[in-house]
Design a protein around this ligand. Sequence first.
Ligand code: SF4
Ligand code: SF4
Length: 510
Amino acid sequence: MPAHRFHGGLQLEKHTTGVLARPIQIAAPSVVLALALQQHRGLRLSASVRVGESVAAGQVLARPDLDIGDPRWGAWLHAPCAGEVIGIETRPLIQQPTQSGLHILLRVDGIDSVQAAPFDWQNMTREAVQACLARAGISGLGGANFPSADKLRVAVETLILNGAECEPWIGCDDGLLIEESADVLLGAQILARACGALRIDIALEAHMTRALAALQAALDEVPMPDAVPMRLHRLPSRYPQGGERQLIEVLTGLQVPLGQHPSDIGVLVHNVGTAHATACAAQGRALTHRIVTVTGPGVHAPGNFSVALGTSVADLVAQAGGYTARARRLLIGGPLMGIALPHDDFALQKGSNCVLVLDAVRDLVAEPSHACIRCGDCAEVCPARLSPQLLWQSTQSQRLDQARENGLMACIECGLCDLVCPSHIGLTQSFREEKQALWLADHRARQADDARQRFEQRALRLQREAAALEARRASAGKEALSASVVALAIAKAKARRIARPGEDGGESAP
Ligand code: SF4
Ligand code: SF4
């Protein structure tokens, strides 16, 4: 048991028994897969295929659109199935349903997978492993979808493998660990190699009994030569323990300062699904499928499914038995941190871990909201040690600078303040929107700053080039001048010889 705990949090009733009752099922892909080029916020991909082109399963569809000199790796995008590219179109993004982005539309005509060459990670440098992971399309499967290779750039001492799946309805990591523990451990070793970690801490919650047993059994098997030491931690179930900062605090007692990254204190956190995808990549399989939990009182047959990226929510729900009469609200993710979808015509991407269909009883936003009564319950449960009530006041009066000062950017959007608020105020959604607005403002300011620096550097370079050209011209002029002086002297000497024949011992006229 760990000696530390994080501030706030709640113990929530789990709803994963039904999902874990069956093994992971293979879902049939949609007839047309829609693969988003916008993967993680702020990083674009450029299509490497044209409309009308036939592609093999596993073929690269898009690569990161990075400027020359950009230090990031990004994560490439591959075809989950063989087929024909029938369009590259703008569609709503599943992780930000109010925004749109380009998607590659792939009409599926075969599901054979094509293996890429495996890579020998044990005999490669850190950077070479990172490059292989970027080319295999590995990104965070816990939901953030951040390119893993970029996270691995900074060397750290401790790698934490996050299996503490804390949202009460999601069971994709639990199911994966039950069935694929050995590959998860192999992936952890590769990730440790890529970030230089000296130890690996694996964190699971106490209710994940079958996953804990499977992992312990895999750990007890003959260890790999030169393996980085691994320790398994069984944590008391408490939401949101799977949050990166919360998990680090529980395992190490260290808090990641606001505005800094876990790597700044020598720690890196990766999801167990990411570790599994990493092991697959080393065996020659790019990231083209992921495990998705389909669950809730609004679906007939909840379960975990291995899903081709780009498959539609509607097709996946149909394979989970379809909607029940109680279905009322559709979410991507869990009930607390999930994103509400207005309909099911969205395509699942790398960050889509759960399709949740709620009924009226469990719909957190069903109640009308009232004025804040200043009870303070929201501050008591907030794992980021914020005062959601004060943040709410700032965001409602559009005082975003004040909200920033009050720690808005530290909000992890866990949804606990909504859950306990007796006035049913939609605090989290408001914080999510304002954070996005601030992030966009910061991003634009950074872009403007970068553009200004580029302009200044270009002006300096042009100045330097002009000065160098001028110097070359001046030196060429001097050379030309001295050459003409020599030519003049020779001409004069010749003229003198003609005027005084035989003077220098040369031939004389008869
Ligand atoms: S829990 Fe709701 S009512 Fe209570 S202080 Fe927070 S915002 Fe106000
Ligand atoms: S959503 Fe944000 S403000 Fe609300 S409890 Fe979670 S971290 Fe705190």
